[in-house]
Design a protein around this ligand. Sequence first.
Ligand SMILES: NC(=O)CC[C@H](N)C(=O)O
Length: 230
Amino acid sequence: MKFGVVIFPGSNCDEDIIYVLEKVMGQQVVRLWHKDHDLQGVDFVVLPGGFSFGDYLRSGAISRFSPIMQEVIQFAAKGGYVMGICNGFQILTEAGLLPGALLHNTNRKFICRNIYLKPQTSQSLLTAQLDPQQPLRIPIAHGEGNYFADADVIKALNDNDQVMFRYCDEAGNITADANPNGSLENIAGVTNLTRNVFGLMPHPERAADGLLANEDGLAIFESILSIVKA
Ligand SMILES: NC(=O)CC[C@H](N)C(=O)O
């Protein structure tokens, strides 16, 4: 499997995801620069976390105009797999590849801590192999992670089983108290209608190595690779 990790000016989780894909999961990874016009034949594109273009205007609002995004949009339109983590998720919503928007956290603060996630569907690469009853402890680190969409979009996401993860407590209850940032219906990650574009605010790549004393994120990468083998 050949992954392409797109690096924007201000990306800061690019090396983390490259480490996990290459060293932990044993996959081939190419680094793609945001000004590139060529995806180098990758099978799967990852937009990593960070502060691309300093989060000016809105997180992801400038990055979505980077030349490579034209290629990513065409790749996704042909069914190519694209995953955005945190800032990557923000870029995907700004580019119109995923529905909704990421607003400022309701407490107006940057939040960096572990949260719990509950898988919501078996119909996505990221969640297909996860135990729906088993909460995953995964770090978040964002100022704009408050998922918002119009009521009809939220309804469509639910009707079409596009919600991949919701924030929950340690016991797996999806409650207002377990919602760190004000996201509607505790939504932490979604897929598109054609189920080839994925976005999530938490960082599984920061919880996928024994040295970090948390490997809950590994299950997400294992799920992806158990389905798409190349
Ligand atoms: N870790 C990240 O990707 C941060 C995303 C974005 N810069 C925010 O603060 O919302």
